[in-house]
Design a protein around this ligand. Sequence first.
Ligand SMILES: *Cc1c(COP(=O)(O)O)cnc(C)c1O
Length: 223
Amino acid sequence: MTDEHGVASYEKVCERIAKAAKSADRKADDVQLVAVSKTYFEDKIEPVIKAGHRIFGENRVQESQQKWPALKEKYPDIELRLIGPLQSNKAAEAVALFDVIESVDREKIAKALAIQMEKQGRRLDCYIQVNTGLEEQKAGVAPDLLDDFVSQCRDSLKLNVVGLMCIPPVEENPGPHFALLKKLAIRNDLKNLSMGMSGDFEIAVEFGATSVRVGSAIFGERK
Ligand SMILES: *Cc1c(COP(=O)(O)O)cnc(C)c1O
């Protein structure tokens, strides 16, 4: 069967999340699916919206500005999440377009976001990205600097920090990274854990993910 528009794949992913939740003794409703639509256009995205999905993730501000304003106007209850690294000169656009920022990863960005949220009167939920694998090329706060960064974002900058996000190193077993993220969240009194992608979202659910970010398993391999 061909699945040109990804709806069958989307439904399959929902079933797999529900199943993983059940075997971890969790409720399926406690795990949100963020459908990662980067590189895909309206022809692929809209069928998934029509199938009832509302939470989407994108990793680039500019690309998102080209496709999401019209879709958000048509479907006002969409929740759009930025999951990729942000540059401070794009903070204004990001705050205007997105509903959640999952990739707060350094002081400069946290400050730029705080200024824009104040200016625009939009207080978005934020996640702090943690570089659990201490990878040089990867964004995120080092685990041992996290507590200070969280309190700076929360107490000084008044960001609405709701959780932590991570992307484990590709070649490693993701379990220990998910476990670390959970430990760090508990220590900082944060409820939400954004972890797990197409290749490992069931493991993430087992380790307590409250949202999983799934792209290719829904929309197909990206070119
Ligand atoms: C692209 C991306 C995803 C989704 O990746 P898939 O492997 O296609 O599911 C999740 N999180 C982030 C931060 C991404 O950039």
